[in-house]
Write a protein that binds this ligand. Structure first.
Ligand code: PGA
Length: 259
């Protein structure tokens, strides 16, 4: 399966910054040594930069992603953006259930499931984010919490294309903190997630990409990506700098990443 690396810019980057970033990233990638494995790449800018990125990325193989979506399809929902609007602007992916949305906007698993369904109906692939807090990990509840979130956040049974989703495991304590799950800690949870997806989707589960996220950077990406059942990364802070992000994308080329 092709690995997937996604930049989550969160609430950063005005249009001119997004344009300058893209120009620099494309030039760094074209100078690159040619990695042995070429990941699929997507960038999730704030809504205001989607149109700018759509044109800056046209002709490149980098896809556009959204950071969130409304559960509704149209109507009187001030401030919301519908899935088919995201499809219309060219989004191939959409994040749902990021821990910041769950914590700061009290999004429930049910909201996340509805959002994932809305995206699939519009032809946009959902990236369903799940992960435990530090407290839950310390109490030994990681497996229980992550699997409960996963099962309840999946698009409802019967939603067409349900098994094409992407899952992102992001331990909350590792997001934006500089703390990263060790490759072993991450792999342990990813294996549980794969087993759960097998129960849900049967053989199709083998093709579902499970990303890791949480303080991924050019120094740690290679050891994370080397683990079984880790099929990509979701990158926040380190995706705001084109040089850093291009090193992450080229993690497989020896000269760019320290061993
Ligand atoms: P981080 O963010 O890489 O800055 O930890 C990851 C995320 O929130 O997706």
């Amino acid at each position: 399966m092709r690995t997937l690396i996604v930049a989550n810019w969160k609430m950063n980057m005005k249009r001119d910054e997004a344009e300058a970033f893209t120009e620099r990233l494309l030039s760094l990638l074209s100078e690159g040594a040619g990695a042995a494995t070429a990941p699929e790449i997507a960038i999730a800018p704030p809504y205001t930069a989607l149109a700018t990125l759509a044109s800056a990325l046209s002709g490149s193989s980098i896809a556009l992603a959204a950071q969130d979506v409304s559960v509704h399809s149209s109507g009187a929902f001030t401030g919301e953006v519908a899935a088919d609007m995201l499809a219309d602007i060219g989004c191939r992916y959409g994040l749902v259930g990021h821990s910041e949305r769950r914590q700061l906007w009290s999004e429930s698993n049910e909201d996340v499931s509805r959002k994932a369904k809305a995206l699939l109906r519009a032809g946009v692939t959902p990236i369903v984010c799940i992960g435990e807090t530090r407290e839950e990990r310390e109490k030994g509840q990681t497996a229980e919490i992550v699997l409960e979130q996963l099962q309840a956040s999946l698009p409802p049974a019967g939603t067409p294309g349900r098994d094409t989703l992407v899952v992102a495991y992001e331990p909350v304590w590792a997001i934006g903190t500089g703390l990263t799950a060790t490759p072993d800690q991450a792999q342990e949870v990813h294996t549980l997630i794969r087993d759960c997806l097998r129960e849900e989707f049967g053989r199709a589960a083998e093709q579902i990409r499970i990303q890791y996220g949480g303080s991924v950077n050019p120094e740690n990406v290679k050891s994370i990506m080397a683990q079984n059942n880790i099929d990509g990364v979701l990158v926040g802070g380190a995706s705001l700098d084109a040089a850093q992000f291009s090193k992450i994308l080229q993690y497989d080329s020896q000269e760019n990443v320290p061993q």
